[in-house]
Design a protein around this ligand. Structure first.
Ligand SMILES: [Zn+2]
Length: 284
């Protein structure tokens, strides 16, 4: 991936090195950890909201702040470039688009959705409209999950989380939360989550399809990049994660979709470059 000439906007809050804060209410960190085995690659926004509401509501955690700007190191700069580019893409598609906040951190940090732990992987919190990224997850993706370590694989993860922000702006997230509340079983409730997650994958593809155009070629996918993204989508499919964890594959417990579905929706977004083609809610 070519990205070094890409525009930055200095909107990344760097909390690396800021001491981790504490889990408000004492239990959030523990609860979150318990979910991790299942929800690697970003707990879905709905799950983070559920956790937050169980523990005294969103935004109850004590505020922490780092330095906002463009990080000087390569990994931090990459987050700024990809996020800025994603904002440029979504600005074109959504008349009411406003960029999310982006926080990079290590180990743990307080969020509007409760205490965030590195082990959760990247996630988006709707309550404070913030994308939280622990950059050590990149290594985890490679070593533990067998996903790609290529820069486009990382960009896919970032763009997926920006996709959740888009869903908050379009109201899709809120509609899913409502549908989950009316769901008659956990399996049905999980199905709504899968639709939401696959749409975020499709939105990541839409970003990738438009990245070069909105940056005048300064952010560009190169040969092999898409394959790295697909390899990652494959590694983080629910069936593959369950199998690799030595569990039986149970579709009722899926929350993000199968490997095949994640690849398919990423590709659909990429091939069409059009968010209107990402209607997972009617397609599934
Ligand atoms: Zn997600």
């Amino acid at each position: 991936m070519k990205w070094r000439q890409g525009r930055t906007s200095g909107r990344v809050e760097d909390r690396r090195g800021v001491s981790g804060g504490t889990a408000a209410g004492g239990g959030i960190g523990v609860i979150v950890i318990a979910l991790v085995g299942y929800f690697v690659f970003g707990i879905s926004p709905e799950q983070t909201m559920q956790i937050a509401s169980q523990f005294g509501g969103a935004g109850s955690a004590e505020q922490q702040s780092g330095t906002t700007g463009t990080p000087e190191d390569e990994a931090g700069m990459f987050v700024d470039v990809v996020g800025t580019n994603a904002n440029d893409v979504w600005n074109e598609f959504l008349s009411n688009y406003t960029p999310p906040n982006t926080v990079i951190y290590t180990q743990g940090t307080n969020t509007g959705c409760g205490y965030g732990q590195a082990a959760m992987g990247p996630f988006y919190c709707p309550a404070d409209q913030t994308v939280y990224l622990d950059l050590s997850f990149w290594e985890e993706m490679e070593t533990r999950l067998g996903a790609s370590g290529a820069d486009f694989a990382r960009a896919y993860v970032i763009a997926h989380e920006f996709g959740h922000h888009v869903q908050t702006l379009t109201g899709a997230s809120q509609r899913v939360r409502q549908a989950q509340q009316n769901a008659r079983s956990e399996a049905e409730s999980n199905q709504y989550l899968v639709m939401l997650e696959l749409q975020a994958d499709c939105y990541a593809g839409v970003w990738a399809a438009n990245a070069a155009r909105v940056s005048n070629g300064n952010v560009l996918l190169e040969a092999g990049d898409l394959q790295e993204g697909l390899r990652t989508a494959n590694a983080i499919g629910d069936d593959t994660l369950q199998r690799n964890a030595g569990r039986q594959v149970t579709p009722e417990a899926f929350t993000h979709g199968t490997s095949a579905q994640r690849q398919e929706w990423l590709m659909r977004g990429y091939n069409t470059g059009d968010p209107a083609q990402c209607d997972t809610f009617n397609a599934l």
